[in-house]
Design a protein. Structure first.
Length: 85
């Protein structure tokens, strides 16, 4: 079965050790987003469940199908990450 990823909003992500990914609705809480990887490398994230995990060897053009609230600067080498809601 073919499943198409459909989103309504997208925004560039600036990895940060201090800040979460901003909410797209103007509120203070991001309820989680999936990520598109614009380059090869590693990406460290915090999930909506509070898990701190690093995905190693991510390839350009791939998606991280995990609901995340933060992309860490420390431990992330992937460029051009896009958040999708």
């Amino acid at each position: 079965m073919y499943q198409k990823l459909q989103v309504g909003r997208a925004a560039a992500v600036t990895p940060s050790d201090l800040s979460n990914i901003p909410a797209i609705t103007g509120g203070t809480s991001n309820n989680g987003c999936v990520l598109y990887m614009g380059g090869n490398g590693n990406v460290r994230v915090t999930t909506v469940g509070g898990d701190d995990v690093t995905f190693n060897g991510v390839l350009a053009g791939s998606f991280i199908p995990v609901q995340v609230v933060k992309v860490w600067e420390t431990g992330t080498s992937v460029p051009n990450i896009i958040a999708l809601w």
